[in-house]
Design a protein around this ligand. Structure first.
Ligand code: UDP
Length: 328
């Protein structure tokens, strides 16, 4: 049985990756320090013999007994609210954590895939974003801790590839959504869905004309899986190119949830990218991959998930809004 180590395994993407690798018959070693992850996302796997969980912080030395075929490094806070709350950990997990995992991959002769992000393009001046665009990042802004950690992570990974001949893969993940997103992570989809379910108005930041392109989690996982098994070592964008303004998106959510909430406008957080859309030509060509699940279907599935959450869970998210993002 092939063995894979997945870091950030109790998080949104990490937990879906665990499910996928279990389904493919791998032995899965799941690692998380549970700062932003939640064991609820993987508790259904605990009974399986092919699954193990280590509660460990990857910025500390990592010891895994036995052989390892693949490593997927998905540990990191991944929402603007989290970077503001835990900026040092965000920098450390992208930098020191990545270094430890590259060292582990070298030691085990394992192939490693690291989770990079569209954030490395910053507030992009090239649209849509192709992999050869170098980006426009404010190193010292509130998002800099995430963006620069991820940029460093890419450099470090390429250095291990070139210097040590390590088998490496780099996925640049664009906005992804689906069940198990944390309701209070501050990202726009859980924020709007939480607001709709609590009967509150939807908070659009800025004039709402900024754009994003949202990819359903199953599509994202399929792209990542194919990239891992490919023989391509340079970064590949994986995301859904279907772009929408945040204002139009808020209107779609109001329609979907059947609520009569209004849209209210709040200040735009600092360095919030004005536009984002992946160019996925590379993924299409190299991996034969493109997203299959449209926003209507994906959002319906995601809303069905949020509807299953208890009132108590829903209330916990009430006090987290833009002011928390701006006033730090
Ligand atoms: N956003 C919003 N209202 C919210 C949360 C976010 O209008 O309650 C906006 C945010 O300013 C950004 C977009 O939605 O322009 C996506 O934000 P998110 O934090 O989900 O992701 P990112 O900015 O990292 O793409």
């Amino acid at each position: 049985m092939k063995k894979v180590l997945i870091t950030g395994a109790a998080g949104f993407l990490g937990s879906h990756l665990c499910d996928r690798f279990i389904k493919e018959g791998y032995g899965v070693i799941a690692m998380d320090n549970l700062i932003t992850g939640d064991l609820k996302n993987i508790e259904h796997l605990f009974k399986l013999e092919q699954f193990e969980f280590y509660n460990h912080d990857v910025t500390k030395f990592i010891h895994i007994p036995g052989e390892l075929d693949y490593i997927l490094h998905f540990a990191s806070p991944a929402s603007p609210i989290d970077y503001l709350k835990i900026p040092i950990q965000t920098l450390k997990v992208g930098a020191l954590g990545t270094h430890n995992l590259l060292g582990l991959a070298k030691e085990k002769g394992a192939r490693i895939l690291i989770a990079s992000t569209s954030e490395i393009y910053g507030d992009p001046l090239v649209h849509p974003q192709t992999e050869d665009y170098y980006g426009n990042v404010n190193t010292i802004g509130p998002r800099g801790v995430y963006d620069e950690a991820k940029r460093f992570q890419e450099s470090m990974t390429m250095a291990y590839h070139r210097f040590h001949g390590l088998e490496t893969r780099i996925v640049r993940i664009f906005n992804t959504y689906g069940p198990r997103m944390r309701l209070n992570d501050g990202r726009v989809i859980p924020a709007f869905m939480g607001q709709a379910l609590r009967g509150e108005d939807l908070t659009v930041f800025g004039d709402g004309l900024q754009t994003r392109s949202f990819c359903y989690v199953d599509d994202e996982v399929e792209g990542i899986y194919r990239l891992l098994l490919s023989d391509y070592s340079y970064p590949v964008n994986i995301g859904n190119p279907n772009e929408i303004t945040i204002k139009d998106f808020a209107e779609e959510i109001i329609k979907l949830t059947g609520t009569d909430q209004k849209i209210i406008y709040k200040p735009l957080p600092q360095d919030d990218p004005l536009q984002r859309q992946p160019d996925i030509s590379k993924a299409k060509e190299l991996l034969g991959w493109e997203p299959l699940i449209g926003r209507e279907e994906g959002m319906k599935r995601t809303f069905d998930y949020f509807k299953t959450l208890s009132t108590e869970e829903l209330q916990k998210t009430e006090h987290r809004d833009f002011s928390e993002r701006n006033n730090r």
